[in-house]
Write a protein that binds this ligand. Structure first.
Ligand code: GSH
Length: 363
């Protein structure tokens, strides 16, 4: 069932509400506060919320610009759910009707037949008053939004969709490590994933200072933690790594400048930089990243903090592909499993979004 919006103070839900709500009015004077997901139904093996796990029934709508949606794209790929859950990629630029399918022929999602993600929200709840956000999972037969609960979607991919995982899929949320994973993820969420937004959309100095301090204190701790261990928890990839990665991969390209998170660049912290490159070069991570979408979304949509909409040409992203040497720490990326195969051709990131598209390629 839809959940009441809690904690939305009328500011941007993540500051990415599209041009109209991104203006100065939306920034308000209250501190940045993330709104809670409105639709929190779960797709489960037993179908207790009315949405059973079923191959081919659901469509994941994601923006490659969005860190929260990118979690779902990575986890879907690591688990080999590509054939079970189809993927729609939105235009990185919202307009005042929010996320749209302008990248698709005729401006319509070819499976759902809609032009705006809002249509799936409306199909679920008439005159839905809240913001439209990605990631969103839509029930294809009815065209209705099922969930936009970004915190739960990936956990359910890992634990409820197991019957449809590929052979050799990793266990991204292993039972014996859940307590530790949850603790690590809580700190990463508060200070890093959401922390960069708190800094970037701060409307006062003390709010910004606090977010900046918490962010870099946490990054220092993470750097220390990762000094002699390849992954955040245990010796394999878990959900915790996915969640940290989606912020780190955006760090130098957008958060360092656009969100004023500039005590250091990721590339200046040897441990975090090597860790992030290691993940980037692991099948399922970097092959989902579109730097063009990331940069253009943040710098062009957030007109409140970048009124000119000019997108910086740098940084040089080709260094994401340089050696990281983290394999010397051991670790078993996929545990007893195997890496995912190649990206399905229809889902390949275009050359413009890849790191080898150097500065000469433009912004
Ligand atoms: N606030 C979302 C979390 C995901 C999120 O913030 N996604 C952003 C993109 S990175 C979004 O779609 N924002 C839409 C908007 O601000 O209108 C939720 O409550 O589920």
């Amino acid at each position: 069932m839809p959940q009441p919006d809690a904690g939305n103070n009328g500011g941007p839900t993540d500051g990415a509400s599209g041009a109209t709500t991104e203006g100065n009015v939306a920034y308000g004077r209250k501190p940045f506060k993330r709104s809670k997901s409105h639709f929190a139904d779960r797709i489960t093996a037993d179908g207790r919320d009315g949405w059973p796990v079923e191959a081919g029934r659901y469509r994941l709508v994601a923006s490659r610009a969005c860190p929260w949606a990118s979690r779902a794209v990575i986890s879907r790929r690591l688990l080999g759910l590509e054939d079970a859950i189809s993927l729609a990629i939105t235009d990185p630029l919202q307009d005042d009707r929010s996320w749209r399918f302008t990248l698709d022929p005729g401006g319509r999602d070819p499976v759902l037949g809609i032009r705006f993600l809002r249509e799936a929200y409306d199909a679920r709840e008439t005159d839905y008053p809240g913001g439209v956000s990605v990631p969103a999972i839509v029930d294809v037969p009815s065209g209705q939004l099922v969930t936009n609960d970004f915190q739960q979607i990936t956990l359910d991919f890992a634990t409820e969709w197991t019957a449809l995982h590929r052979p050799g899929a990793p266990d991204l949320y292993p039972e014996p490590l859940r307590e530790e994973i949850d603790i690590v993820m809580a700190g990463v969420y508060r200070d890093v994933n959401n922390g960069v937004y708190r800094a970037g959309f701060a409307t006062g100095q003390s709010e910004y200072d606090a977010a900046f301090r918490d962010l870099f204190r946490r990054l220092d701790l993470l750097s220390e933690r990762l000094l002699d261990r390849r992954y955040l928890v245990g010796d394999t990839l878990t959900e915790a790594d996915i969640r940290l990665f989606t912020t780190l991969v955006r760090f130098d390209a957008v958060y360092h400048g656009h969100f004023k998170c500039n005590r250091f660049k990721l590339a200046e912290d040897p441990v975090l930089w090597a860790y992030a490159k290691d993940l980037f070069q692991t099948p399922g991570f970097g092959d989902t990243v579109d730097f063009h979408h990331i940069k253009h979304h943040y710098y062009r949509v957030h007109t409140g903090i970048n009124p000119t909409g000019v997108v910086p040409a740098g940084p040089d992203l080709s260094s994401w592909l340089t050696p990281h040497h983290r394999e010397e720490l051991g670790g078993r990326p996929f545990g007893d499993g195997t890496p995912p195969g190649p990206v399905p051709p229809a889902e390949e990131v275009p050359p413009s979004g890849r790191p080898e598209h150097l500065l000469t390629g433009g912004s």
